[in-house]
Each structure stands twice: as structure tokens, then as C-alpha cells.
Design a protein around this ligand. Sequence first.
Ligand code: TXA
Ligand code: MG
Length: 320
Amino acid sequence: MADIGRDLQQAASYLTQGELVAIPTETVYGLAANAFDEAAVVKIFEAKNRPAFDPLIVHTHSVSEISNIAREVPDVAYKLAERFWPGPLTLILPKAEHIPLLVTSGHDSVGVRIPRHPLTLELLRQLPFPVAAPSANPFGYVSPTTAQHVQDQLGERIPYILDGGACEVGIESTILRIEGDEVEVLRLGGLALEELQEVVHISKARIKTSASNPAAPGMLSSHYSPRKKMLLGSIPENLQKVDPGRVGVISLQQSFPEVPREQQIQLSTSGDLSEAARNLFSALRTLDAQPIDLILAEPMPESGLGLAINDRLQRASFQG
Ligand code: TXA
Ligand code: MG
């Protein structure tokens, strides 16, 4: 099993030796390796069982480092970076020459992010290289939001998990592709569209978050999935069709007397969608471990982080 601790020296030492370390971020835990060390980056794909076509995000600690990662940083990227970094936003920019193609899955662009977690920011400041880090889950499964989630699934495959507590945002970063002054949304995430729109206008046509978008490799229809089958829709309606004793329920606020208490989770009893996002992945994991046949979930209101939560729920319930 991996050691779990808060020892930055230890984490830095493993990373410097080309080993993997799980790191906390405000969105989800990441599985980090030296972004310049191809042999280390290969270990990420192996540990996660991740297909080579799915590119990794490069994480750094300050905007002044971006020019080492991207060869071109349009003004709008700086504007977004100044406003939202550190934070749950990833920018896809033209890649710098020395970023290995392995990191970008052969693309001429690279994802960059400054995460907002004090422990990880301190680690990144101590390292002489940026880290490539996907979410620290086996490919296709639910992302981890605690050190224990990482231990449960990848503990046998990595030496160290830096424990930064439960993730404050709880879903992955919002991904924007930037080309010149064109901005496109490739993944809805922890930064709400309403907040982004305050800085840059993004039309509906530029929100390209469907699974078939070749610009966002790795965004598959079936993703973020628990092992249990999941049904997304009106919970009262779906409860009519099943044995309520054998299902799990994920709702925003409502409880259902016919379903056993330990099989239902309200994401936010006050209806706060940020709180709901924070609780989402833990809820999926908790219900996945219950003796049930099916998880029933309902769509969230379509504002704030509700859109990103619905994206995750749709992918988690997709049956191809
Ligand atoms: O919040 C997050 O973004 C977390 C934390 C650890 O930072 N990371 C994360 O990484 O969610 P991952 O690998 O699970 O998802 C990253 C996604 C890829 O699946 C891909 O769709 C997109 O980012 N991506 C990365 N680099 C890209 C590129 N050069 N072009 C297009 N899409 C890219
Ligand atoms: Mg992921």
C-alpha cells in the first residue's frame, strides 16, 4: 500500500526520482509525475490503465512559468489566468517544444493549470519541473476526492499519497481551448460558466462538451462511472419501476421514505450546487459499495456547477 502523509520532502524526492505521487488539488486528487521525464510519465498511463490517446494536464505554481510550458500565450489566456488561477480552470494552449509528445498524446497543444491547494502549490514551488497529472483514478472510474479514495484504487501501484484532506471543489477543472482570441469550452467543470462569462464571452456554439468532440480526446460518453448501473431521471418515477429496497438514490435535497436510509444521499440539503459538487464523487463511491442493484440519480438545476454535475451524471449513467 502507498504511504499517506503530508511530507513535502518525501513527495518531492519521489517525483525527482521519476516516481508517481498522488497530490491533492481543490478539484480532485491528481496522479503526478515529472512532466519532462518520459519514463515517469509512462508510469501514469500504466498505473491508470489509461489509453495513450488521452492527454495529460501540466500543473505549475505561477503564471510566470507558463512560458516554459506553452510556446504562445494569447492575451485572453493571461486575462483568464490572472482572474482564475490558482483555481479550477485548465487552458489548452500551443505546446512548448520541450513538453514531451507523450504528455499531450501527440497533440501540438498542452493543457496547463495552476491548482488551488496550499500543500500542492508549495510542492510545485519546491520542484524544478512542472508535473503532469490526470485524476488519480483507474481510467473510466469516478475521480478521487480524498487520499483514502486514491489508496483504495491505486495504493498498490504508487509509493506516496500527499494528504491534503477532502477536495474543496470536488469535480474536475473546467477546460478551455484557446486559439488566438477564440475560446472554446471542452469540459464543464469546477469553474462555473457564469463566472467565466464575466471575463470572456463564450457563445453557446463554443461550448463543445459532447463525447464525440475530437478536440477533447478522453472525454468519453461512458466515464466517471461507478460499477453499479445508474439511471438518471425523475427519482419518484423511476422508483415506481424498481424494488426500493435494492436501489441507491442520489438527489439534491429530497429524501425517499421507501428507500433504506443508508442507501440514499442528499448532495446538499440546502440546495447549494457547490456543496453538491463537493459531495458528488464520494456519493457515487459510497453507493457503489452498498448491496444494491441500481443507482437512481436526478439531474440538478442548470445553473452554476449544476451543469458540470449533470455532465458527470450523464457520463456515469451512459450505457453504450
Ligand atoms: O481538475 C482537473 O483537471 C484534474 C486535476 C488533477 O488537475 N485533472 C484531470 O485530468 O481531470 P484528467 O486527465 O482526468 O482529464 C484531463 C482531460 C483529458 O481527458 C483531455 O480530455 C483534456 O483534459 N486534455 C488534456 N490535454 C489536452 C490537449 N492538449 N488537448 C485537448 N484536451 C486535452
Ligand atoms: Mg480523469
